[in-house]
Design a protein around this ligand. Sequence first.
Ligand code: CUA
Length: 389
Amino acid sequence: MGTGFPRRWRLAGLALLGLVLAGCATGRLDATKPVGKNAQEIDGLMRLSGWMAIGVGILVAAAVATIILKFRAKPTDDPDDLPPQIHGNRKAELTWTIIPTILLIFLTVYTLPTVFALASEGDGMTIKVEGQQWWWQFSYDIDEDGQYDIVTANDLVIPTGEEVNLELHSNDVIHSFWIPRLNGKKDAVPGRVHDWRISSDVPGIFYGECVEFCGLSHANMQMRTIALDPDDFDRWVRQQYDGQTQAADVASAEGTPEQAAGATLFETHCISCHVVDGAYESAAGGNANLLSGLAPNLTNLMSRTAFAGALYETYLLGPDGEYLRGPDGELRLNIAELREWVRNAPNMKPARADNQQGMLDFSEVLTDQDLDNLLEFLKTLGSPPVLPQ
Ligand code: CUA
């Protein structure tokens, strides 16, 4: 074989390369660029303790280097002549006990106010967050009457400049909610409600991941926060309400023949799991055929930037992550992946449909014509997303 390098060197090189590349893969999950108050407080602590650790590291490394160089055996030394043998050194021991103690006390005093501040309630709206295998649902009680008015998935839409309160639930196993640029991590635990907050000072799309191992598609359980100016947020709320009436129109066969055929297929194959507000509410409250009891509410499917646990983009992106647009400036639907998702979901995101976890494989059930019609119907569910300006 002979590259000239011993095998273990090559393995070490590969491991190092792997580590370096792993650092590149998390560009969208960068906790060092906070945009919300909570994330900024955490970032401040991280920087403070980071710089302190770097300072201590440099001092220790310098001390070690000095001792190695200064006290090493010299060629002129007699190998039988031992230096003075001592037991203990009070001065040295006190120094390396007292200095770290002072540093730790300082860090504790500095950290505690942030811990309490992060645990307090925000001044903004409250959104219910439900984790399940392997996607997130978000429910809004806009008029605060105790009923959820808007139920959506994958995209957590929030207004900027507001401390948004999250009530974290889990419908099956332990998940963990993390949008690094908006706050730290918080577990979603079955049978418990955990309060959490997020906020953003600027409009934008901020990406997140489930960060508690939760089964086969844990790594594919993503989500994103779409932070909108308050005016745009109001526009989004109205759009979500409009979507509820639009869906009812198409379901009552006011669409094209393809849409009507799609609606019929949807009734046959989809509504035992998926709810469409105003049209197909028979599955309201959930689906008995899934462990988690819920499949995504599809009322405003087209208004979401992502589908399948935010693993796929609903609209096509260019090489720099910008939205591609058609001749009239409209967003271009990612029709190929959406179609494949409907045809054979487990092929695009590992799931255990046989174990009531995830969407079924319909590749043996739906013909090409069926898929086309179904897609025509899905396209009627809501309007394109309100994007951050
Ligand atoms: Cu949900 Cu990991």
